[in-house]
Design a protein around this ligand. Structure first.
Ligand code: PLP
Length: 422
């Protein structure tokens, strides 16, 4: 019966919820929302449409929502000290599509890092870049330092003369050398695009780099990775009026119709919370990542970029070939309720994407739950013990039970009262 199917799905969702309550979340691209932000998602807003821009809509019913969207854009501009913001993209990939739509035509050359140096699929030929018919050329990468190689990439920019230079990684360990490459990019007059999907919360917290001041024209991002908001996207700009019009049109009608209004409100709430708590949050995320890297290193794990201090972000990358490979390690840890993902490392070919050599770990979510340095060394120990064959589920559950409340946000009392009303 259909009712049974509906209840079965509800039951499964609750099982999932409970499992995550008892697990350690270390996926570098995920996070949890504050109670106030969550509340926005279950209001009537997510039942509505608001095509176009505030006060210039195609549908009625937006007079109150328009104020929310304008306020959210103001908060984002304040947080990133930027003259322009578009809060409509419904994901990071969608924001990327809008920028590609705005700034390129089929056949144009775009320069971006390669996948095995940590780039995202949206900058690959089989992703959004290829969908637009662009020709990707890769930036040169120093695999020992896990950074873009400035000298070699500068030379390549001058030779290849790309229309757009895209700086962005899904394994974003160190700031990108925008400043260092700015002269070369100016010489070939390419647009500079920073994909901050992973590090948006660190930038908001002023702890990573300041791409707009370093020469980026636009930043795209997901708002649910280190930026602890709803699953959504954003574009932040410091570009000419003309270019900004192209971006606006790229978003709508270019690549979306409905922009998930409740999520925009949740983004606004999160931006307000980040203005207040973002710096402390970003600082602790990075300290925790460095501590976890150091602890794993001391236990004999091959954490990448040792010579460069392992990381300056929320992410660390570990070569686990000697522990059975990325697939085995990620699955073994999942069986112990430690949730992370297998990941390609430099040198892995595309063929190895189902069993790559590495694992990727992010500290943004455990930091948001209030964990600090001593928990980081304990997590390293738990990982080590699990891989030695010990069952650590009880220890994991016990640790997690002490960190169930979301930090770096406003008090949750009112929000929970409200949620109960539904
Ligand atoms: C995650 C990610 C994206 C895409 O974000 P979604 O919100 O999942 O669509 C884009 N670029 C980079 C570098 C990413 O890591």
């Amino acid at each position: 019966m259909a009712i049974e199917d509906a209840l079965w799905i509800r039951q499964k969702a609750m099982e999932h919820q409970k499992w995550f309550e008892e697990s350690i979340p270390l996926i570098a691209s995920e996070n949890v929302m504050s109670p106030l932000a969550k509340e926005m998602i279950i209001t009537d807003l997510n039942n509505r449409y608001a095509e176009g821009l505030p006060h210039h809509r195609y549908y009625q019913g937006n007079k109150i929502y328009d104020e929310i969207e304008i306020k959210t854009e103001e908060l984002i501009k304040e947080l990133f000290n930027s003259p322009q913001a578009d809060v409509r993209p419904i994901s990071g990939t969608n924001a990327n599509q809008a920028v590609i739509f705005a700034f390129t035509s089929p056949g144009d050359k775009i320069m971006a890092p390669s996948l095995d140096s940590g780039a995202h699929i949206s900058s690959a030929e089989f992703g959004a870049v290829g969908f637009r018919g662009l020709k990707p050329v890769n930036m040169e990468f120093n695999t020992e330092l896990m950074e873009i190689d400035v000298d070699k990439t500068k030379k390549k920019i001058l030779e290849e003369k790309p229309k757009v230079c895209l700086f962005g990684f899904s394994v974003f360990l160190f700031p990108a050398p925008i400043k260092e490459l700015k002269d070369a990019m100016d010489e070939v007059s390419c647009r500079v695009w920073y994909d901050g999907a992973h590090v948006l919360g660190l930038i908001a917290g002023k702890r990573f780099q300041d791409p707009l001041r370093e020469g980026a024209h636009v930043i795209t991002g997901s708002t649910h990775k280190t930026f602890p908001g709803p699953q959504h996207g954003v574009i932040i700009g410091n570009t000419s009026e003309e270019d900004w019009k192209l971006v606006r049109r790229g978003v709508f009608p270019g690549v979306l119709s409905n922009h998930h209004l409740g999520n925009v409100a949740a983004l606004g709430v999160t931006a307000a919370e980040m203005l207040e708590f973002g710096e402390a949050y970003a600082e602790n995320i990075i300290q925790n990542a460095q501590k976890l890297a150091q602890s794993l290193h001391e236990l004999g794990f091959k954490v990448l970029a040792e010579k460069n201090g392992f990381t300056r972000s929320h992410t660390i990358l570990v070569n686990v070939v000697d522990k059975g490979g990325g697939k085995y390690v990620a699955e073994k840890l999942e069986a112990n309720n430690i949730i992370l993902n297998k990941n390609m490392i430099p040198g892995d070919s595309n063929k190895r994407s189902q069993d790559p050599s590495g694992i990727r770990i992010g500290t943004q979510e455990v930091t948001r739950l209030g964990m600090g340095k001593s928990e980081m060394s304990y997590i390293a120990e738990l990982i080590n013990n699990a891989l030695k064959g010990k069952d650590v589920r009880e220890e994991v559950k016990e640790l997690k039970s002490q960190f169930s409340k979301i930090k770096y946000c406003y008090g949750d009392h009112k929000a929970y009262e409200y949620i109960k009303l539904f």
